[in-house]
Write a new protein. Sequence first.
Length: 149
Amino acid sequence: MKAVIQRVQNSEVKIDGKVVGSCNSGFMILLCVVDGDAKGDADKLIKKVPNLRIFEDENGKMNRSLLDVDGEMLVISQFTLAADCKHGRRPSFIGAAPPSTAIPLYEYFCHAMREAGVKRVETGEFGADMKVSLINDGPVTIILDSKEL
């Protein structure tokens, strides 16, 4: 699984002009399930993400986690993170997991974030044409790949 984690002041996702998910101070995560991923890949991200110490402490050091700051989370499915751009100019997305695999792992990740104590976890809609907006705080952007953890 791949995740692009952005520390945000706020973020929202719209479908057909209607806000379907949002978060205030916390993380906006673009999450991609790659072909071959399994529950173990999700578990690696589940263990890492809410505990990333990328929020400032009283000394201005990035030393506090999402859980420490009682942060929120917006998780957006993003199959294009599996893009293969090695040949030609049009990316191939064949490396993304099929919906039958991706949807349950995406939902498992979101449920586990709630169980881990994340104050509020909202989502977009898997496979929908979504419009995502955010105010990146810092900016701070972290890229994680379960195969590298």
